[in-house]
Design a protein around this ligand. Structure first.
Ligand code: SF4
Length: 243
């Protein structure tokens, strides 16, 4: 499936397309807010958000929260987490899945924060530009763009739009981006196209749509508020979908 997001180079066509994509994203946000309202925006210090976001990879919010609680049942401080054997950390966060991978990423993140700032306060990163802050966080092994952006959006209030698996699926189906695009490419493409200040509600509402309506295996297009502007739904009606 093609998307309207095809010209990511400079030039008049790209400028026109940028405005077109920005309008479409604004319309998506408007419709979702009409249905879901303005979501509560999670708050927290950047380091705890970073740890929670690492724990959230490939699992539900319930499992992430359980793993986070169990992490703090097992350890009393960040120092203790950092100094413990990887197997102890892995055991503590097992309920969230991918425990070894997440344990390594958490240790890498804590070590990085301690070495860079001298303690476990990541908030100085909020003083950086969004581009630099993202670059810094993604230099930590195990921290990808989405995790970095979630941390900076919710922990620092930076104007960055994180694209998770639900958002990528919804945007591909809508035809905002081609079906073949990676999440990394979608992140880059959307830069400058999401209205500043709406990143958090837009992020949360598209995820809600992805979890409840635009399901991975069987999207419920009939009940979707984006039905009439969706490429996937249009093709489905014409019997053209291969997904
Ligand atoms: S119309 Fe269907 S495919 Fe399109 S966004 Fe809605 S649920 Fe997803």
């Amino acid at each position: 499936m093609d998307g309207i997001g095809l010209k990511d180079e400079a030039g008049p066509a790209a400028t026109q397309e940028k405005a077109q994509v920005a309008d479409l994203i604004r319309e998506i946000g408007r419709r979702l807010e009409e249905v879901y309202g303005r979501p509560d925006i999670p708050q927290g210090n950047p380091l705890s958000i970073l740890i929670r976001t690492i724990l959230s990879q490939n699992t539900s919010d319930v499992n992430r929260d359980r793993a986070y609680t169990e992490l703090w049942n097992a350890f009393r401080s960040y120092d203790e987490i950092l100094e413990s054997p990887i197997t102890s950390l892995e055991a503590a966060i097992r309920s969230g899945g991918l425990a070894r991978q997440k344990a390594i990423a958490i240790k890498n993140a804590l070590l990085w924060v301690k070495e860079r700032y001298g303690n476990y306060d990541l908030s100085p990163i909020c003083e950086e530009t969004p581009e630099r802050a993202e670059k810094l966080l993604t230099s930590i092994k195990g921290v990808g763009i989405k995790t970095a952006r979630v941390t900076l959006l919710f922990g620092c209030g930076m104007a960055l739009f994180p694209v998770d698996t639900h958002i990528a699926r919804v945007l591909r189906r809508l035809g905002v981006v081609p079906a073949s695009w990676s999440r990394e490419k979608i992140h880059r493409f959307l830069d400058g196209k999401v209205e500043p200040g709406v990143e958090a509600p837009l992020h949360l509402n598209i995820i809600r749509l992805g979890r409840n309506v635009c399901l991975a295996r069987k999207p419920r297009c009939e009940e979707c508020p984006l039905h009439d502007i969706c490429e996937f739904a249009r093709r489905k009606t014409k019997g053209e979908n291969s997904e």
